[in-house]
Design a protein around this ligand. Structure first.
Ligand code: ADP
Ligand code: LRH
Length: 481
């Protein structure tokens, strides 16, 4: 009784999925309706997202999902589509790994110094922040015709409903939001000549976002009206909302997928110069929270190697990697040098050679080097976040696709010297579903939603093994401590 169904559209950098969540007062059950690859395409002008294929995947997914009480869309951050005066998409959205933003940040800092930008927006430096992308785009013919900027999940929501909005959690990744007011940073935009009128009005997670258009109903075989609900449309905001923390638990989280996003949930941003130097970001979360975290290169490093090796079986590779000795060689998994696609096994070997460590030769050794390096970067981020925010924790929650990698979970526990609770493999979809459920009658604050997850989701606990001194020594070896 009282169970409703919600379709979570979750667009990750490696795959898109439509997941149906059935939520009752004491139950949450997910089932995957459809999963489709998200393959970036390199065309002469650069690296692009195939957003029409993604939209096609969403429609297939909604058809497979069947009758639902609401739909919500989340996806990766920072990227956007441009619309012309008729509301038509101008070209394929540019991929955040495209090289167009090289050297752009420095130009922006000539007008608003990096320290002032951080104090105003709390957003870490990454070359692909929307602000830098918009700056790079400004001189193009396409941009001259643009009358609207829609972040990717907002673009998909627009195609589903015909209604435009800018959802707040993802808007915070543009580097144009003030994390204290949770509104646009009019000052930064003004000084940099960014026209905020290009963005549709802000909307909050839980706000109504329209209903599926008649054409969408016809294509998916659904009968209307089907409401679409704004969720934490930044996938990481949805994932953090779904961290299955127990009541009163002091926790750090690591969302592990293409990226590792490691940090804390805080009531207010940390905007100190020390925090900026440590490259921590203050993205906005659900219910007035701040996601204080660091972007770590993540399983992208492994995805790119696996692609270079012709897609061998991941399970076999990870079993072999488990037999390689720990911490033979590590790379800095925070290093932007690993951002661009291509030749990843060679780039990792080269980084080991350059730092005077044994060069991993076999696929198993390279895989182990990546996992040790990720665990080490997780350690650094979890330790630094606690110190910078003066917010100690007792446990690390791991969520996302990386929870299926038991070796990574155990190494993270070992490196952090803290128990790791791994669960919520589809955390973004879970958070997406819960925010919809709350908008449609489920009662509870964030803590109550999380308690529902601790009662209903399968969780695995990893206890730290042995001596964290080895991990500290590895940090010294890299010079990243
Ligand atoms: P994103 O949302 O960024 O696309 P996901 O959260 O879906 O990423 O995580 C994808 C990652 O999860 C893959 O790169 C892979 O390393 C890991 N993964 C997926 N399935 C498995 C599996 N069966 N065993 C181990 N790791 C897995
Ligand atoms: C993860 C993610 C992350 C961003 C990156 C661009 O999917 O949204 O939070 O920093 O993609």
């Amino acid at each position: 009784a009282g169970v409703k169904s919600y379709a979570a559209v979750d667009l990750g950098a490696s795959s898109g999925r439509v997941i149906v969540g059935r939520v009752g007062p004491d139950s949450v059950q997910l089932s995957e309706a459809h999963r489709f690859p998200n393959r970036p395409v390199r065309v002469p002008e650069g690296l692009r997202w195939d957003v029409l294929a993604l939209y096609g995947g969403v429609l297939d997914g909604l058809r497979a999902a069947g009758r639902v009480d609401s739909v919500g869309v989340d996806g990766w951050a920072v990227d956007y589509g441009l619309l012309d005066a008729d509301g038509a998409l101008l070209g394929n959205p540019v991929h955040y790994r495209d090289s167009r933003t090289e050297g752009v940040a420095e130009k922006v800092w000539a007008t608003v110094p990096a320290a002032e930008l951080y104090a105003a927006t709390g957003i870490q430096y990454a070359p692909f922040n929307t602000l830098y992308q918009l700056t790079a785009a400004r001189s193009t013919a396409q941009f001259a015709r643009a009358r609207r900027v829609l972040l990717v999940p907002d673009l998909l929501t627009y195609w589903l409903t015909g209604e435009q909005g800018t959802e707040l959690t993802n808007a915070s990744t543009t580097q144009l939001i003030d994390p204290r007011t949770r509104d646009w940073s009019y000052e930064v935009a003004g000084r940099l000549g960014v026209d905020l009128g290009l963005f549709a009005p802000l909307r909050q997670p839980g706000d109504p976002a329209g209903t599926l258009r008649p054409e969408v109903l016809a294509e998916t075989g659904l009968s209307g009206p089907v409401p679409v609900t704004a969720v934490g449309s930044h996938d990481t905001a949805s994932a953090v909302a779904a961290v299955p923390a127990a009541a009163g638990e002091r926790f750090a989280y690591i969302c592990t997928g293409t990226w590792s996003l490691a940090g804390l949930e805080l009531p207010a941003p940390v905007l100190t110069e020390e925090s900026r130097a440590a490259n921590f970001t203050n993205e906005l979360g659900l219910d007035g929270t701040v996601r204080y975290l660091r972007n770590i290169m993540g399983l992208w490093l492994l995805q790119e190697c696996v692609r270079a090796w012709g897609e061998p079986d991941l399970g076999v590779l990870l079993r072999q990697a488990a037999t390689v000795p720990t911490l033979r060689s590590v790379v800095d998994a925070g290093d932007g040098a690993f951002l661009a696609p291509g030749r990843m096994p060679e780039r990792i070997a080269q980084a080991c050679r350059a730092s005077g460590q044994p060069v991993p030769g076999t696929r198993a050794e390279i895989t182990r080097c990546i996992l040790d390096s990720l665990a080490l970067a997780h350690r650094r981020a979890v330790l630094a976040a606690q110190r910078l925010a003066d917010h100690p924790v007792d446990v690390v929650h791991l969520v996302g696709g990386g929870t299926r990698n038991a070796l990574l979970c155990q190494l993270t526990a070992d490196a952090c010297g803290l128990p790791v609770v791994a669960g919520a493999t589809e955390a973004a979809a879970l958070g997406n579903v819960l925010v919809q459920a709350r908008a449609h009658g489920l009662v509870g604050d964030l803590a109550a939603l999380r308690r529902l997850l601790t009662r209903t989701q399968p969780l695995t606990r990893y206890t730290p093994r042995g001596d964290t001194g080895r991990w500290r020594a590895a940090e010294d070896r890299l010079g990243t401590r």
